[in-house]
Structure formats: structure tokens, C-alpha cells
Design a protein around this ligand. Structure first.
Ligand code: CP
Ligand code: NVA
Length: 310
């Protein structure tokens, strides 16, 4: 049994195995419908319990389809319907019950510490479905999307991130850039540069990361341009003040024109004002493929957690 909490903790070879498995499984499903079960039904009889302490559309749907396609079943808990959040039951007892009834637990939470606490007490695999510091299932799926569309290993590509460089998605992307050895150029305001400790870790581990306070410089010659909302769900900031820092970091066609001609645009969604409509809805945008690929990669993440990766 394995957990999937942060990309930084997972050996490169296992992350690469997940991607390879997802490619194989996706190929085999070409003529199947959303709820058709994979032939080998490797998680038949297994139940994934998912709990969202914050809003979710994609993660909720994609994990549901992922476990279903593997032959298992999903149950979604609302935290405000549990005793835990009302103080009537301890986290340890809740974790014990989840482990007794279910076979894997996926948690989207406002607290990294809570994930760690669950990890201590739970005896089934636990998956991070987004925390304040990390969004690992999204980013691993994004690596898959990039390789699928560009038809090359991501290590041969130049990736660019423009926007808030100190949030959960970019943290996981920085971790992935080291694990998959790709060049990552980051364009962000000085005040929203990446977490220093993470950059030091990346540097120590042969990371190829450059930080620019100019979005065009960051985008120059990139194969992929990523962004995310300026205001994240856990952001307890003065929103209009934060948005002002990003007025020169909106992705529009001028920024995209600095990237390679055949560059693609990716966004994990939901979106805000960080990208213009013409880019978001334009030819270079692959955001809908990106969203759907969550299903395929999360299937292989589940198999990894169950020790069933082929
Ligand atoms: N990208 C993503 O995680 O979307 P949701 O918040 O809708 O799950
Ligand atoms: N950084 C965003 C990602 C949403 C999927 C957030 O945490 O709100």
C-alpha cells in the first residue's frame, strides 16, 4: 500500500511508471463509454472514499470515473455531515472507520497538517486531492497531457508558468520539474515568487528552474505555457490588492507569441482573469483535454496506491 500526498516524496521511477500505465490504459479504452469497466477490472470490489473540504468539480468527477472504470466504486463524504468536523469524533477514530469500511481515501483539504494526521492514523492509501501546499494529482496528469500532445518526453521540452508562483499547483510543478528533469521558466511578480525552500531543494537536485519578473521573458521559446488562478481557494488575502500585482502577467496572444509557434496553453481550471478569452478558447489551448486526462492518470495513481501497477 502506498500514499500519494506530494510529488516530492515519490521516486521518479514510480511517477514515470504511473504515466506509462495511464498511456496504455487510455489507449485500450478507445471504444469504451465513460462507465464501461476496463477488461481486467483490477479494483473490482474496492471502494474509494472521497472527502472535499473545499469546492471541486473536476477532481470529484475524475476520481469517480477513475475508480468506476477500474471496477470499483466511490462514495463522496461531505465533511459537515461527519462528527469529525463538529468536534464530536476524533480524527484518529474517523480514520479508523474510513479504513474499516473503505479501501482508499482521497482528501481535498484546507490543511496540510490534517493530511499528515490522517496519514498517521489511516491504514488504507491516502491521496491528496489538493491541499494549500500541493496539487499532485493535477500536476502528474498535466505531465501526461504535455507528453501526449507534444509526443515527446517532457524532459525534452521547455515549460513555462506565468502567474502566482507560490501556490499549490506551481509547488507540485516545481517538484515534477525535478522528478521528470524538465526546464521550467517561471514568470511572476517579485512578491509572488516561488517558495524559497522548494527552490533550494530543486537546485540541490539538479532542477532547471529560472524565475523572471517579466512574463514575456519567461514565455520566450516555451513549448507549453501554464497558468492558474491568481486567487486560490485558500488565499486569505485582499483580493483586489493581490490582483493588481498581476496586471502585467495576464496571458494574452502577445505573451503566447513569445512562446514557440506550436506551443500549447494549459490551465487546471477553474479560471479567473489571468488569461484572455482568445487564448483560453483559442487553437493553442488544450484545457479540455487536460481536464479529461485527470481520469486516466488518477486510475494509474489508484493502481500505484494499491500496489497493482503492471
Ligand atoms: N483542477 C481542479 O482540481 O479542479 P476542481 O477544483 O474543480 O477539482
Ligand atoms: N490554485 C488553485 C487550484 C484549483 C484547482 C486553488 O487552490 O484554488
Amino acid at each position: 500500500m502506498k500514499n500519494f500526498i506530494n510529488i516530492i516524496d515519490i521516486p521518479s521511477k514510480n511517477l514515470k511508471k504511473i504515466i506509462i500505465d495511464a498511456k496504455k490504459r487510455k489507449n485500450k479504452r478507445k471504444n469504451l463509454k465513460a462507465l464501461d469497466i476496463d477488461k481486467d477490472a483490477p479494483l473490482k470490489g474496492k471502494m474509494l472514499i472521497q472527502m472535499f473540504e473545499k469546492s471541486s468539480l473536476r477532481t470529484r468527477l475524475s476520481f469517480y470515473l477513475a475508480i468506476k472504470q477500474l471496477g470499483g466504486s466511490a462514495l463522496t463524504l461531505k465533511p459537515d455531515e461527519l462528527h469529525l468536523t463538529k468536534g464530536g469524533e476524533s480524527l484518529a477514530d474517523t480514520a479508523k472507520i474510513l479504513s474499516t469500511y473503505g479501501n482508499a481515501f482521497m482528501l481535498r483539504t484546507d490543511s496540510d497538517q490534517k493530511l499528515e494526521e490522517f496519514k498517521k492514523h489511516i491504514t488504507i492509501p491516502i491521496i491528496n486531492g489538493l491541499s494549500p501546499s500541493s496539487h499532485p494529482t493535477q500536476v502528474l496528469s498535466d505531465v501526461f497531457t504535455v507528453e501526449e500532445i507534444k509526443k515527446r518526453p517532457i524532459s525534452k521540452l521547455q515549460i513555462c508558468w506565468i502567474g502566482d508562483a507560490n501556490n499549490n499547483v506551481i509547488n507540485s510543478l516545481i517538484e515534477a520539474s525535478v522528478k521528470f528533469s524538465f526546464k521550467l521558466n517561471i514568470g511572476c511578480p517579485k512578491k509572488y515568487e516561488p517558495n524559497k525552500k522548494l527552490l533550494i531543494w530543486a537546485k540541490k537536485n539538479k532542477g532547471k528552474i529560472n524565475v523572471f519578473n517579466d512574463c514575456k521573458k519567461a514565455a520566450t521559446d516555451s513549448d507549453v505555457v501554464f497558468t492558474d488562478k491568481v486567487i486560490s481557494m485558500n488565499d486569505k488575502v485582499n483580493k483586489s490588492r493581490k490582483l493588481k500585482y498581476f496586471k502585467n502577467f495576464k496571458i494574452n496572444s502577445k505573451v503566447m507569441n513569445c512562446a514557440k509557434k506550436n506551443a500549447i496553453f494549459l490551465h487546471c481550471l477553474p479560471r479567473g482573469s489571468e488569461v484572455s478569452d482568445d487564448v483560453f478558447l483559442g487553437k493553442q489551448s488544450k484545457v479540455w483535454d487536460q481536464a479529461l486526462n485527470r481520469v486516466y492518470v488518477q486510475k494509474s495513481i489508484l493502481l500505484y496506491c494499491f500496489g497493482k501497477l503492471r
